[in-house]
Design a protein around this ligand. Sequence first.
Ligand code: F0G
Length: 438
Amino acid sequence: MSIAEDDVKVAALDNEVKVVCIACGREHPPKEANDACLNCGSLLEVRHPLEALRGTINRDWLEKRRQERKFPNGSGVWRWRELVAPIPDEALVSRNEGNTNLYEDGRLAKYVGLASGALWLKHEGENPTGSFKDRGMTVGVSHANWVGAKYVACASSGNTSSSLAGYAARVGLQALTFVPAGKVALGKLSQTFAYGAKTIQIDGSFDLALDLVRAVSKAAGVYLVNSINPFRLEGQKTIIFEALDQLDWQTPDWIVVPGGNLGNTSAFGKALYELRELGFIGPKLPRIATIQAEGSAPFYDYFRKGFKDFQAVPPETIATAIRIGNPVNLPKAQRALEWTDGIVESVTDTEIMEAKSQLDRSGIGGEPAAAATLAGIRKLTAAGVIQPGAGVIGILTGHILKDSDSIIEYHSNPNNPGANAPIKVKATLEDVLKVLGL
Ligand code: F0G
């Protein structure tokens, strides 16, 4: 079949994409802004007609798609649009997000206890606004644009708000962002208001900000783009599509990701499920390991208790991106771990910052939440949960420059391993040579 024939066949299936409640099964029209089931209030998800797509959406299709240069196929999200969302091209708001590097690094593999060549780091900090959020945001903001929203809103620990603000600015929508006062890294906070978002600082945690923005959204008909928005997670699935494509569909044993609101964990489970249904990968799925910061680890506690008796916690951690005590995607994340025989681990702030200094020194770099991935892999290999011979994809969720406050704090303490603070010296050749030991 030619590309055009394929496109016509696949486009017809857009009408069969459904937005469905994961608890009661009620269907909601895709061209409607709902952040919860209108019947029972549970989470919604986008369902694609996988059976009908099987046979058409395959590796040959992907090769042909790669050769099509027209908008929006350059995007690492919209390249997969049949598995993302049936939004018309005219409504799309895209900055060619995705297409991020998958790094191999022998030193970091050694640091975490894996064989050289067995660790791949997918750097989602290389997205346009510096975090993985852009993959979800291009879909959320495009959907908002399609349904005719005027205002788009989110609660955020800083990356969602930066991403929303950037994408909203591209299309001229007004962004409203709600952030916990004093608990957002300055790079993210300033990025958010620089892009033009109205930025409301809440005296309370991310969780409280999310409750509040949900109430605002309901009261004022404002479009919500937190990860309860089912369209956002469809974009985030493409992290896995792209990573496995980069590995030529050789699946690793583990996929390791930091967990806060658990959108990625949920999206990754769905991505793996769909790839198996479509025949891109074999029956055995990689296992997902979600890493939480010890002071913000309600999902870890819940996992340890066999998914019984969930308790929200008052969150604390230096990795402010994942300073979340009551993750909204809990049922979807639990399902993702059940599908993939996944696990949850927790790491201390000290482990996170030491892993971050290694990550940064490798030249790859990342913000503290991204380094939680590396700290988690290290802990899991030390415990023998991840076997030394295993292949692991680690997801780096945000860019090194997002949180320079934490870098300065770490390197200002000479007792920290690898501390490398700038040196102040009198501007004479003699003094400079002396300080450099030359
Ligand atoms: N890593 C980074 C850098 C993040 O910004 C976030 C979430 C996570 C990991 C956790 O991802 O929620 O899918 O489990 N940041 C959100 C925000 C909450 O508002 O920027 P998750």
